[in-house]
Design a protein around this ligand. Sequence first.
Ligand SMILES: [Zn+2]
Ligand SMILES: [Zn+2]
Length: 183
Amino acid sequence: MTTQMATHSELTHPTICPACAQPYEQCCGPLHHENAVPSSPEALMRSRYSAYVLGDYPYILATYATAPRQQLTVQALAESAADTRWLGLTVLAASPITTAPITPSQNNSQCLQGEVEFKVFYAENKRLYCLHERSLFIQESGYWRYLDGTMGDANGEVLIKRNDKCVCGSNKKYKQCCLPKVA
Ligand SMILES: [Zn+2]
Ligand SMILES: [Zn+2]
């Protein structure tokens, strides 16, 4: 099985950002197109989510911290998300930026870091899931990068009724919103 690889020119350029619900060219667009860099862990987190929605796997790879990035490839990222339909992101909390010790193998002994807690809803194999994660971001050479994450209590499959309010934050009923994308 081969995975269709999207290049920058083939990516869709949405009007409204799927991560930020505002004009794409005012938030994640400039980051994806390397005309700006994320100013905070939350901005990076949102831009990585919208990159997943848009299939911009090179951006996702490039925004991992060095250690995890060395274990990954664009192809592996694309394959891991090939059957995933992204339904929505809710950022729950962003910690203050702190200075913390990092691994001894790094050159500088301290680095800036911050955490972002979020929920992402997605469909896979006709089931609805929640990715509930507290992500850890660090600065490397002045750029925010994703290091790793800890799963939250809500992580896992979501059981929802047709008439319940949809998980994506639309305020519509599930059957009138994301259910068709799951089923
Ligand atoms: Zn955005
Ligand atoms: Zn929905």
